[in-house]
Design a protein around this ligand. Structure first.
Ligand code: 5GP
Length: 119
């Protein structure tokens, strides 16, 4: 069950401040409060989806396409990361230690990120 009072729902409603970098019908993107690299942005769907499993099972084609297009647009056109490259990371559910139960894709870049760490 989606929690309407989760942190990112409050950010979407403007109840908690964030530094927005992009906003459209399907997605909202803002700087991570604890960046792990020179660029660390979170992209979240406007719809109430807990995680990628929820979006891909229950989202409309328009929501899924609009959200993924926004991720690409933010990385390429807003953040300018396409040439240097970047990493996308999505924590999904308890085993991933997902902290906030509203789907978010991390866009991380701005330096060489080294090997993927899974520990
Ligand atoms: P997760 O671990 O769920 O994949 O990622 C949650 C992310 O949310 C973390 O990278 C964390 O730094 C970020 N975060 C937590 N609280 C806030 C907040 O109040 N504002 C912003 N902008 N990011 C937050």
């Amino acid at each position: 069950m989606y929690d309407q009072d989760n942190l990112f729902a409050k950010i979407l409603r403007g109840e908690i401040p964030s530094t927005a970098v992009y906003d459209d019908e399907f997605a909202f993107a803002f700087n991570d409060i604890n960046p792990q690299a020179p660029v660390h942005v979170l992209v979240i769907p406007r719809g109430a989806y807990i995680d990628m499993d929820d979006l891909t099972a229950n989202g409309s084609d328009a929501e899924i396409a609009g959200f993924m297009r926004a991720v690409g647009h933010v990385a390429r056109d807003v953040l300018g990361l396409a040439d240097g490259g970047y990493r996308l990371l999505v924590n999904n559910g308890p085993d991933s230690n997902q902290e906030v139960p509203h789907l978010h894709i991390h866009i991380v870049g701005g330096r060489n990120l080294g090997p993927l760490m899974v520990k």
